[in-house]
Write a protein that binds this ligand. Structure first.
Ligand code: FAD
Length: 429
């Protein structure tokens, strides 16, 4: 019996139910296909492709350590599965159950092949569709979802394979270089991708900062969140293992992730559609959007977030909330512009999480409080009281003392002028 294990966004050996199922066959082809449909679209952001290449290098090493290899191809994954199946007598394909619009189409196309296709959990703690309210097929609001999520029983953790045997005659293929896959700028400070790096990060965070998460996760300068989101995005760490190892406030964040994934599964047009089309006209002025993207709005807490995004391919959650609220509420720019810019830079950029959060901030989704507005100056005073976060990301303001750091326009003119930092592009309440 020969199986193909088609890796997608589950780039790990531990707790990978699809891989465990594939390894029940005598021989397995662990396959990753660089999908041209993804590479040719906007979703192939350089930061993410860079991270993905790390993940694949690491996965290949792990699979080789088990006696196998990672078979790498480029093109249409379904066509490659069909070709390898025909060449090696494969009967079955296993893969992670992934419910984005893209993943759903891929699964449907695989099911057209004359092969046994099985999709397994592992992308989220609780698979989309597993929890449903009595009145419908999915939860629209987080609180009841969270209660059901906490009360649900989770699947057992899957064992890693003991060994992997490839069928004869399959050429593994080489991993491409970054410039063969994408062009454009990379952030200068990127973390290393892969299961090993992810597990190291998870272990370090559980040892040092997990206990203080509840009280420290909103402190911008302390930077004490787990920074595991890119590893979760590419499946280098298992969300289930993480949920088992943590509790309270952290689990709640993992439940938010699951929540957005089940909303996106039910509403494939989540990244495009305003579900509450109101009499709101978006500001189409190019300069406002450009200043926000460049981190030159003149509002330090907003600019610091945007500059962190460009430097690290990451932004603290509190800064994501503040910058997103500023774009949509203070500048009045369409949330889909912000979604696209985040998508161009975030290593953890994910359709469901990115769109679900933008809809939440912009008040265009299913949320019960669509009119929530965050005052950027009050947020700054509360979550960056000393200004340390701003000083880290805006060198022009490094010498500005605490009383003025979040509103440098209140400095005397002779001190302000040499700073080379712009005045705010919009009046703040
Ligand atoms: P922690 O605080 O350590 O949280 C642990 C994990 O919980 C995260 O790694 C993440 O997987 C999950 N999580 C936490 N908060 C959320 C949330 N609100 N929604 C979904 N999952 C969450 N997260 C993404 O993974 N990808 C995105 O594309 C993304 N876009 C966002 C856009 C906006 C406008 C906002 C406000 C938030 C967005 N988030 C996104 C959610 C959140 O900001 C990040 O998951 C978090 O900052 C990652 O840092 P961390 O791993 O240190 O988080």
């Amino acid at each position: 019996h020969v199986s193909i294990m088609l890796f997608t966004r589950d780039l790990r050996v531990r707790d990978n139910p699809a891989l465990a199922a594939a390894c029940r066959a005598e021989r397995v082809v662990p396959l990753f296909v660089f999908d041209d449909a993804i590479l040719n679209g906007r979703f192939a952001a350089p930061n993410r492709v860079r991270f993905l290449l790390d993940c694949l290098g690491d996965l290949r090493e792990s699979l080789r350590g088990l006696g196998g290899d990672l078979v790498v191809r480029r093109g249409d994954p379904v066509a490659h599965v069909a070709r390898i199946a025909a060449e090696t007598g494969v009967q079955a394909v296993t893969l992670a159950d992934e419910r984005s619009a893209f993943g759903t189409r891929r699964l449907a196309a695989l099911r057209e092949l004359r092969l046994e296709v099985s999709a397994h959990p592992g992308v989220t703690v609780v698979p989309p569709g597993e929890l449903a309210p009595s009145s419908g097929d999915h939860y629209r609001v987080f609180s009841p979802y969270w209660r059901a999520w906490e009360a649900a029983s989770w699947r057992p953790v899957a064992d890693p394979p003991a060994r992997i045997r490839l069928p004869g005659g399959v050429e593994p293929g080489t991993l491409p270089e970054l410039h063969d896959l994408t062009s454009g700028s990379l952030s200068p400070h990127l973390p290393t991708g892969g299961e090993h790096a992810g597990r190291d990060r998870m272990a370090a965070w559980l040892r040092s900062d997990a206990a203080a998460y509840e009280q420290a996760h909103d402190d911008l300068a302390a930077d004490r969140t787990s920074r595991l989101s890119p590893y979760l995005k590419f499946g280098c760490v298992s969300p289930l293992e993480l949920a088992n190892a943590t509790g309270g406030a952290y689990r709640r964040q993992l439940a938010w992730r699951d929540f957005h994934h089940q909303v996106a599964a039910a509403f494939p047009d989540l990244p495009r559609r305003d579900y509450r089309p109101r009499a709101r006209r978006w500001n189409r002025e190019h300069d406002a959007l450009a200043a926000w993207c460049d981190g030159t709005t003149g509002v330090p807490i907003v600019d610091a977030g945007m500059r962190q995004l460009h430097r690290e391919g990451f932004m603290h959650n509190r800064a994501r909330l503040i910058t997103a609220s500023f774009l949509t509420r203070n500048l009045g720019v369409d949330w889909r512009e912000g979604l696209a810019h985040f998508g161009d830079w975030l290593i953890d950029g994910d359709i469901a999480d990115n769109a679900g959060n933008w809809q939440w901030v912009a008040g265009t989704g299913n949320d019960t409080r669509p009119n929530r507005v965050m005052n950027p100056l009050r947020q700054a005073a509360r979550y960056d009281p000393t200004g340390a976060y701003v000083r880290t990301h805006i060198p022009e303001l490094a010498a500005v003392p605490a009383p003025h750091i979040h509103h440098p326009w209140t400095l005397p003119t002779e001190t302000r002028r040499p700073l080379a930092y712009p005045p705010p592009i919009v009046a703040l309440p």
